[in-house]
Design a protein around this ligand. Structure first.
Ligand code: BDR
Ligand code: CA
Length: 305
């Protein structure tokens, strides 16, 4: 297993963020800290969700740091309705023993990355904290071996026709991070929407106590997708970022390119990500669904952590 690295997770936890965190823990990755950011729900609720998920996993020892409440400039900070009022499908998990750490998320990202060295920074939400950290600590890139991110859209978005939620929520932050030259493994919305996971597949893939939690959280999403698209299925954006990083065989097609954000206010394209001439960002375009599901099946059929 490819887990001889330390990881920091930055998240707007979110149902699929929660699935990703559970998977990371079950996979046995050494998580040195989790930072939170507004996105699916506000940063306070996100922080509470992360603490409860960690408690459920008996991983209260992993430090949690609260981050940005608002995007850099964007006024459009509407939460994503699909995750329910509390962000985790309105499931109420046991309260944690402990609270979040005092230090703000951007500082924590820097401190933890410097201590760990060669860290993997897994970003599952808007890039506000990461942009702030890169701005405050210019030597931060030295300590990050890769940013593994979910965000952006090559051809098809989910907030507008052109823009995906994480990058749309804070496009200035996304642009700042994309320009920084840190190696990025990116899963945009395109391969995610091409890979609906049907209810029966979800049940077969995620087993055990954690699997039950995942199915319960995803119920409201399935209702939502059924109304919107007429299929009982979910999409797994954040888990796809993690899985394609850990098992490259899942990737059927990827490109290496530069990526730029459209930032004009009032433009129909604001928040869209546009492929550029340059290189540096590995963008996953197509995945093998069977291998993707098997990745999780293998991890979850072991039962409890
Ligand atoms: C992204 O937006 C959020 O709702 C999901 O958690 C994911 O990170 C997909 O566009
Ligand atoms: Ca997310």
């Amino acid at each position: 297993m490819k887990n001889s690295f330390k990881m920091i997770i930055d998240t707007d936890c979110g149902i699929d963020d929660a699935i990703t965190i559970i998977t990371v823990i079950k996979y046995g990755i050494d998580v040195v800290g989790i930072t939170t950011v507004s996105g699916n729900v506000n940063a306070d609720q996100v922080t509470d969700n992360v603490l409860r998920i960690l408690h459920f996993l008996k991983k209260d020892n992993i430090p949690v740091f609260k981050g940005a409440h608002r995007p850099y400039v964007s006024l459009n900070s509407t939460p994503a309705k699909i995750h329910g009022n509390n962000g985790i499908g309105d499931i109420v998990l046991e309260p944690p023993y402990k609270t979040y750490n005092e230090e703000p998320a951007p500082y924590a990202i820097y401190k933890l990355a410097k201590e760990a060295g060669n860290v993997i920074l897994l970003t599952l939400g808007p890039l506000t904290n990461v942009a702030m950290a890169l701005n405050l600590y210019p030597d931060l890139p030295k300590y990050i071996s890769k940013i593994v991110a979910m965000g952006g859209a090559v051809n098809v978005g989910n907030v507008t026709r052109f823009a995906e939620f994480n990058f749309f929520f804070d496009p200035e932050a996304a642009e700042f991070v994309l320009r920084h030259g840190v190696p990025i493994h990116l899963v945009p919305w395109d391969p995610v929407v091409a890979t609906p996971i049907f209810e029966s597949e979800l049940k077969e893939t995620f087993q055990g106590e954690e699997g039950d939690l995942i199915l319960n959280m995803e119920k409201s999403v399935m209702d939502f997708v059924e109304k919107a698209r007429g299929i009982r299925a979910v999409f797994l954006p954040d888990p796809m970022a993690l899985a394609t990083f850990l098992d490259e065989e899942i990737i059927k097609y990827k490109i290496n390119s530069s990526l730029h954000m459209e930032l004009s206010h009032g433009s129909l394209l604001r928040g869209a990500s546009i492929i550029g001439e340059g290189s540096g960002i590995d963008i996953v375009v197509e995945v093998d669904k069977t291998r993707f599901l098997n990745f999780f099946k293998n991890i979850f059929e072991g039962g409890k952590v």
